[in-house]
Ligand binder design. Structure first.
Ligand code: AGP
Length: 612
């Protein structure tokens, strides 16, 4: 959602804060603002829209000081406007606050404070925080820290906060409940940030603040305590990835860079999890015996990660004798699912901070379930609340439209399914090697598809202008159709629908005419599914639909039926979704490029949905 940063040290804070916000802008870009403590007062700048608007304003009116906080907004309470932009202040301007999350009881707090004479300038939930702190000071709180603690105890909901006190010039305060917050440790300087990429170029060690903790940052030290003031000895973690991982690296967008990173990431996951003796090692605490006795798996996730979960269900059920369900986390948490404690819950999440996924695993833990996360961010909330985690090791994914995390999640499920099948004896060692040999072909096949990007670009530019498009796939590639459609929606703003091809005749076939691009994923299979898919393509062709087929290299049958064909290398059907989706990522990418949208920061979207 929003991005929060903070700095205290010997450098001018404004440029450090702006650089951090630039690296966090994928989290939200409705407005941006900073507040800096200098010359005994808090000075600030905030502007609606992209960060560049604030930068321009600060060029005209620079602000000085070596201690500050900053914010980039994804609007929840109150439309993007100057007044609703962060930071927000107390009545006398002596307290400044930036916030990521939602204060659920803000309305009643606002009424209470208004009755005590406080005036509110914005529609936001956040603005109650500086006024609560101010009221606590008025009512005799012993110190700014004590006033902050008492204010925090009144808040219900989720927050990552950065706080400045005019009367504490050398301190940045922060607090966390539900929303992610990191403290970056530097040489005589310290930072706060919603996510590591914001400060990756300035630190190599960080503290992942836990729920219910707050901290005071000074230039030379950091003090962490609970909301009750109990001192906490924080765990300092080394940051694994490098600054350039969060840079464009010569690509025009992060999304295009991240698409190109997929072959390397998939190879690295295979190298890490397939041992020299040909066995698969998940690198988790869950024992082989646990998986032998396992009877049921429930996969919960959102968005693109949900499509990875759908693929995981198909593969796990196909290779192991375990019953697997998958559900949208936002539905799972309210549908009163019948889950017994023996069920393994697998949350799939790139960020590890998605609110609905997090809430789903908290419910499942209350029911006594084990949690095995598939996640990309070490130290994230989902990771810290899970019994074990399979890391997708993608490095930071900055493009809002997820790509490399998706194929890495698919690889995670392939390795998980093969591991479980082998420890349960559902797969003989010979059969396991056969599958692993086929899986090892995937990174090269993905690389091959990426090399065809110019061809895919030409196809995208031919078909991008319609009001809508349809994506069709069967079995393992039904989720691929859903994901292809989602990518197109997210970045090119063209309505697109993914559909199980066998379902087409039960409705969407009515949509087909010569203006509607229909993307058909029709790669070869060892069984009759290919023929079934081919018949669906013929049904579209019979109604003059505009067919863009994803086909196996050398399949001339499809070139006869289609307007355009994207040929991909032949890989095992179970693993073909990782290859086929790469073609669809590029198709959506170049459609968006032709439509001139902001590919890395699509409108209304944010990289991590930390509120419900
Ligand atoms: C995908 O491109 C989107 N960014 C979105 O659907 C995303 O997959 C969803 O919000 C889940 O995010 P997560 O993987 O970080 O939990």
């Amino acid at each position: 959602m929003c991005g929060v940063v903070g700095y205290i040290g010997s450098k001018e804070a404004a440029p450090v804060l702006i650089d951090g916000l630039r690296r966090l802008e994928y989290r939200g870009y409705d407005s941006a603002g900073i507040a800096v403590l200098g010359g005994g007062k808090i000075v600030f700048g905030k502007e609606v829209g992209r960060l560049v608007n604030l930068e321009r304003e600060l060029e005209k009116n620079p602000i000085a000081g070596m201690c500050g906080i900053g914010h980039t907004r994804w609007a929840t309470h109150g439309a993007p406007s100057q007044a609703n932009s962060h930071p927000h202040f107390s009545s006398d301007g002596s307290i400044a606050v930036v916030h990521n999350g939602i204060i659920e009881n803000y309305a009643e707090l606002r009424d209470e404070l208004a009755a005590q004479g406080h005036t509110f300038l914005s529609e936001t939930d956040t603005e109650v925080v500086p006024h609560l702190i101010e009221q606590a000071l008025k009512e005799g709180a012993a110190s700014p820290a004590a006033a902050l603690r008492s204010a925090l105890k009144r808040l219900r909901g989720a927050y990552a906060l950065g706080v400045l006190f005019r009367d504490e010039p050398n301190t940045v305060y922060c607090a966390r409940l539900g929303s992610p917050l990191i403290i970056g440790l530097g040489e005589n300087e310290n930072f706060i940030a919603s996510d590591v990429p914001a400060i990756i170029n300035r630190i190599s060690e960080a503290i992942y603040l836990n729920d219910g903790e707050m901290a005071a940052l000074y230039a030379d030290r950091v003090e962490v305590c609970t909301m009750d003031g109990e001192v906490v000895t924080p765990v300092v973690k080394k940051i694994e990835f490098k600054a350039e991982d969060a840079e464009h690296d010569g690509f025009e967008t992060f999304m295009l860079k991240e698409i190109h990173e997929q072959p390397r990431i998939l190879r690295a996951l295979l190298a890490k999890h397939v041992l020299a003796d040909g066995s698969v090692d998940l690198g988790t605490e869950l024992s082989p015996d646990y998986f032998r006795k396992l009877r049921r798996i429930m996969i919960v996730s959102c968005g693109t990660a949900y499509h990875a979960g759908m693929y995981g269900k198909l593969l796990l059920e196909n290779l192991t004798g375990i019953a697997v369900e998958t559900d949208l986390a936002s539905e799972f948490r309210y549908r009163d699912p019948k889950i017994d404690p023996g069920t393994l819950i697998i949350p799939v999440t790139q960020s590890g901070e998605t609110a609905d996924t997090l809430a789903s695993i908290r419910m499942a833990k209350e029911w006594g379930c084990r949690i095995f996360a598939v996640c990309n961010v070490e130290g994230s909330s989902v990771v810290r609340e899970s019994d074990a985690t399979f890391y997708t090791d993608c490095g930071p994914e900055i493009g809002v439209a997820s790509t490399k995390a998706y194929t890495a999640q698919q690889m995670a499920f392939a390795l998980l399914a093969l591991y479980i099948a082998s420890v349960r004896g559902d797969l003989t060692p010979e059969k396991l090697q056969e599958y692993l040999d086929d899986l090892r072909e995937v990174p090269n096949a993905v690389h091959y598809v990426i090399q065809k990007k110019a061809e895919i670009q030409a196809i995208a530019e031919k078909h991008h202008d319609g009001p809508s498009s349809l994506y069709l796939g069967r079995r393992f590639n039904y989720p691929t159709a859903l994901e292809g459609a989602l990518k197109n929606k997210e970045i090119s703003y063209q309505h697109a629908e993914g559909y199980a091809a066998g379902e087409m005749k039960h409705g969407p076939i009515a949509l087909i005419n010569e203006a509607l691009p229909v993307v058909c994923i029709c790669t070869k299979t060892a069984d009759e599914v290919y023929e079934k898919m081919l018949s669906n393509v013929k049904e579209v062709e019979a109604r003059n639909g505009r067919i863009i087929a994803v086909a196996t290299e050398g399949d001339t049958e499809l070139s006869k039926l289609s307007d355009d064909v994207i040929y991909v290398p032949s890989v095992r059907d179970e693993f073909s979704p990782m290859v086929n989706v790469t073609a669809l990522q590029l198709l959506a990418y170049y459609a968006a490029r032709a439509r001139g949208t902001d590919i890395d920061k699509p409108r209304n979207l944010a990289k991590s949905v930390t509120v419900e």
